[in-house]
Design a protein around this ligand. Structure first.
Ligand code: SAH
Length: 372
């Protein structure tokens, strides 16, 4: 059976080295062989674990955040609740369960899940229908792109979605920027993938303005920068929606608040870092999210941008410690587990500092909880 590695080797033999973005897009989302397409990558037996899989507290607080924002928007019905890359459906199940106590909220929701993986769509359907909080299956749909979300008021959630979108990498050389590419190595076993550089300059508009030449002190010879046009396009699309309809969006991911140089492409398999160029399609590939660039794209397109703040600060402001106490009081035997989940989600050594939360709202809306 051909692997994704065979497919990529053939592409490179036919068309020459691939951009890092093309390599990443195929590694994750090739329709038959991509990493996400046929498997459940999450949890202890999988490759990595995400915040909603660590504890229900994460999704519950975000569910209350959504309900508060829905109230602030004037309780519109229907409201599009959209999740980008819902994984196993755990975050959405916790969001909806937390919304049970808010009058008319669940009944008002029209749910759109943006997902490319048939395997994960199946898991999401199982999780959400079993929980029984989707009021009428006609209000649950899967779409493959944000642009398919119906017009109208909107609440958008995305946890660890942006980091999976393909990045282009550019490297500064004595003759200016060159795009980093993935080709086939000549040495060693002769078969491995290896990084090379394009011979020509990057296309018009690919290098962020202000970084075009090496005058910038950050950009030394050899420096690598990453750009994610697919994410910028999504953010512009969403900002357009927020300009015509009331709404807000929450992006949670690991990354940096200000554009910085550095190669952050990483592969994770079985909870360990791997070489991103070995056995593509069998490990999760991701790269840090540049919240600085995305916030700029959103505000240029007319949305209100809040944060990014650290995940620790966001969850603490929303009252995660109180929620943890309530859960521990209800199940004292689980207190040590609950405390350790709380630390993992909020501490600097855990996800508290590296993970960031950014909100976008329609212009003129008051700052949402967690960003006041
Ligand atoms: N939000 C979940 C899963 C994060 S993993 C959690 O926190 O547990 C990334 C998710 O995005 C997966 O569901 C994956 O299949 C989906 N995904 C990746 N690239 C995508 C794309 N281009 N379009 C839609 N979904 C994508």
């Amino acid at each position: 059976m051909p692997t994704l590695g065979h497919h990529l080797r053939r592409r490179i033999a036919d068309d020459g080295p691939l951009t890092v973005a093309d390599y990443m897009a195929d590694a994750l989302a090739h329709p038959r062989l991509g990493y996400y397409m046929g498997r459940d990558p999450f949890g202890r037996d999988g490759d990595f674990i995400t915040a909603p899989e660590i504890s229900q507290m994460f999704g519950e607080l975000i569910g209350l955040w959504c309900a508060v924002q829905w109230r602030a928007m004037g309780e519109p019905a229907p409201v599009n609740l959209v999740e980008l890359g819902p994984g196993r459906g755990t975050l959405m199940a916790d969001v909806l369960r937390a919304g049970r106590g808010v009058d008319d909220f669940l009944e008002s929701i029209s749910l759109s899940l943006v997902e490319i993986s048939p395997a994960l769509k199946g898991l999401q359907e199982e999780t959400l229908l079993a929980a029984g909080d989707v009021r009428g299956t006609q209000s649950l749909r899967w779409i493959s792109d944000f642009s398919e979300v119906p017009d109208g008021p909107i609440l958008v959630l995305a946890n660890e979605f942006l980091d999976a979108l393909p990045v282009h990498q550019f490297q500064m050389t004595p003759s200016g920027w060159r795009e980093r590419l993935v080709g086939i190595g000549g040495g060693g076993d002769g078969e491995g993938f290896q990084f090379t550089l394009s011979e020509t300059l990057p296309g018009e508009g690919m290098i962020p303005s202000g970084l075009e030449d090496a005058e910038d002190p950050v950009i030394k010879d050899g420096a690598i920068i990453e750009v994610r046009p697919v994410a910028s396009a999504l953010i512009r699309d969403l900002a357009g929606h927020l300009n015509s309809h009331p709404g807000c969006a929450l992006f949670i991911d690991y990354g940096h608040g200000q554009t910085a140089s550095g190669d952050t492409l990483q592969a994770v398999r079985g909870h360990h870092y791997q070489d991103p160029l070995v056995d593509p399609g069998t490990a999760d590939l991701s790269a840090h999210v540049d919240f600085g660039a995305l916030g700029q794209a959103a505000s240029d397109a007319g949305a209100r941008v809040l944060g990014p703040v650290s995940q620790g600060s966001f969850l603490n402001t929303l009252g995660i410690a109180t929620r943890a106490e309530a859960l521990a009081a209800a199940a004292p035997a689980h207190k040590p587990d609950i405390d350790s989940q709380l630390r993992r989600l909020t501490s600097d050594e855990g996800m508290g500092r590296l993970f960031k939360v950014m909100a976008l709202t329609s212009p003129g809306m008051a700052p949402p909880p967690g960003f006041e």
